[in-house]
Write a new protein. Structure first.
Length: 453
């Protein structure tokens, strides 16, 4: 009886939200409904655990979730998925309540859910998925997660029953789950043009199995690449089940199992998402690789990570990143460094105010290697944001950037940002900042431009 009350209450909330704003409320109905029935997710009917996939990890889970759901739907599979990104148990409850009948039965071919890595064991207790994809486990949201080894311990061996893991072959913590899996499928990316190495002076990581030193032969993304533990031998497999090869960033293509794919987004970190999605489509969905190709051509990521704005004949390239881990920042630095044309680099690394207590994070930039960017032809750096701007500038100075090339403002005022862009000769502008600031920039231009126009 509790379940039915919770289900009907959730459906009423979903109906009201749908009238007011369809884009909101991805957690709301599940959150309130589970106050009535805390085991609500467990009580839905018609869900075969063999047809349930959880996608978790620090980076890439939203994109991978959306791409996989897109592939399945394009191949005429009925999919239930939390595409809005609500990845706690409340989001799963909301998604299921929308899809369920009045009796609580959910009819679908597959159930694909993005899940928060810290809370995956909690969700799994109510919905025991037989398939789990892990993208990576890295530094993220230190005020909530602490260090990535803490998250590893929260996950490792904590899922009951037989579970097939889809594992990133090039990320040490993720790869370690091979020891607790009933079956594994590996995916990876071969060394490519944008792969890089780091000096030994940069922070490393301890082996998740023996705490020995992990050595990376090269990185494809920060913290992800061909690795080996120098003590216990934990390493990337020489043979990978699904390997993205022949990556061509100019043509925006790669091959997997001899089949050529277009890259909807050609950033290096996206290629792991592509390889993972193909592995899931084939192994979990039974979809032929040749039938996956066309899906890449029509995929549009929700909340895109790369946008362009034209301003007074200058091109502002906005890289939207989650400012809560160094891996995404390093990926953006690498992308900027690959552009050898003269450029301006605007770094709005900001205080994080999403989770109480709010905190000012300054160490992510110190985890990253700026040397290639500094040597790539930068006319000016602009460091802006309250508090963090000074640490960002210091990081550049430590890398050898002359102080007169760095302009600093301890605010996020859009007009100040446009004023700085006006002062440079180059028309090639790179920008990292919050989405809110980017939206304000677009709104200002849409409503009549900046003050000096």
């Amino acid at each position: 009886m509790r379940f039915y009350l919770a289900l009907y209450f959730a459906k009423i909330i979903n109906f009201l939200i749908n009238i007011v704003d369809k884009s909101r409320g991805s957690n709301l109905s599940g959150q309130y409904a589970m106050k009535i029935d805390p085991l609500m997710v467990k009580h839905f009917k018609g869900i075969n655990p063999d047809k349930v996939l959880f996608i978790t990890g620090t980076n890439g889970k939203s994109t991978t979730n959306n791409l996989i759901a897109h592939i399945f739907k394009e191949n005429h599979k009925v999919v239930v998925s939390n595409l809005e990104g609500a990845n706690l148990i409340y989001g799963v409850a909301t998604t299921l309540s929308k899809a369920a009948s009045l009796t609580g039965r959910v009819k679908a071919d597959y159930f694909i859910f993005e899940t928060d890595e810290r809370f995956l064991p909690i969700i799994h207790k109510q919905l025991p998925a037989k398939n789990v994809l892990i993208t990576n486990l890295q530094k993220d949201q230190v005020q909530r997660n602490g260090d990535p080894d803490f998250i590893f311990r929260k996950l490792y061996g904590k899922l009951d029953g037989e579970v097939r893991y889809f594992l990133n072959n090039d990320e040490p913590r993720t790869k370690a789950f091979e020891d607790v899996a009933s079956e594994i499928v590996t995916y990876g990316v071969e060394r490519h043009r944008d792969s890089f190495t780091k000096p030994d002076s940069f922070p490393g990581m301890a082996c998740p199995k023996c705490r020995g030193k992990i050595h990376f032969n090269y990185f494809n993304n920060d913290g992800v690449g061909n690795f080996v533990c120098q003590d216990c031998g934990h390493r990337s497999n020489d043979r990978v089940d699904y390997l993205a090869e022949n990556i061509d960033f100019d043509e925006k293509t790669f091959t997997l199992d001899g089949v050529k794919f277009n890259m909807p987004y050609d950033m290096p970190f996206m290629i792991y998402n592509y390889a993972a999605a193909i592995a899931i489509a084939k192994e979990f969905g039974g979809i032929n690789i040749s039938d996956v190709v066309k899906c890449f051509n029509s995929f549009e990521n929700i909340g895109g990570r790369y946008e362009v704005l034209d301003y007074k004949g200058k091109t502002i390239k906005y890289m939207r990143i989650k400012q809560e881990n160094p891996e995404t920042l390093q990926s953006c630095i690498n992308i900027m460094a690959q552009d050898k044309e003269e450029k301006m680099v605007c770094l709005g690394l900001c205080p994080l105010v999403d989770i109480i207590p709010h905190y000012t994070n300054t160490f992510y930039a110190f985890d990253c290697d700026f040397s290639e960017l500094v040597n790539s032809g930068v006319e000016r750096y602009y460091c802006f944001s309250p508090y963090v701007c000074y640490d960002t500038a210091n990081r550049l100075i430590y890398e050898g950037v002359p102080e007169d090339m760095i302009h600093i403002r301890d605010n996020e005022e859009v007009q100040d940002l446009f004023d700085e862009i006006d002062q440079v000769k180059t028309d090639n502008i790179y920008l990292i900042t919050w989405l809110n600031t980017w939206d304000k920039m677009k709104d200002m231009l849409r409503k009549g431009g900046t003050e000096d126009e």
